[in-house]
Design a binder for this molecule. Structure first.
Ligand SMILES: [Zn+2]
Length: 121
């Protein structure tokens, strides 16, 4: 089998990771808990033992959410005349909800990309 035939397409790998699915077979086998990766996919046996993302997933999540929430909050305070005190609790609630929703998806995407990169070595 040639190297190109074994390589999974980047977009498909990324999409499956974002959907918390195994990058190899597309079934639900990437995570065994909220942020715990399976060592192998229970469906196809793909090896995720070296796909742990460490602190990169929280770092990327914080950066994305900060880039989304901070400008909106600043625009509301500076141009719409909203009080910073009034926006504090809704902004924090939005950050919390976005973090809980995005963190496993970003971790899944990064783990899927690591899995793909390690297949090419
Ligand atoms: Zn699988």
């Amino acid at each position: 089998m040639s190297q190109g035939a074994r390589r999974a397409p980047v977009f498909r790998t990324l999409q499956r990771g974002l959907r918390l699915r195994c990058p190899a077979c597309g079934q639900r086998g990437l995570f065994r808990a909220y942020l715990k990766l399976n060592q192998t996919c229970p469906i196809c046996g793909a090896d995720f033992s070296r796909s742990e993302t460490a602190d990169v997933a929280p770092y990327v999540t914080v950066m994305l959410i900060g880039m989304l929430v901070m400008p909106v909050t600043l625009l509301l305070v500076l141009h719409a005349g909203a009080s910073a005190d009034t926006l504090l609790m809704p902004s924090l609630a939005l950050v919390l909800v976005l973090t809980l929703l995005l963190l496993p998806r970003i971790k899944g995407a990064l783990a899927a990309l690591l899995w793909r990169a390690q297949r090419e070595m």
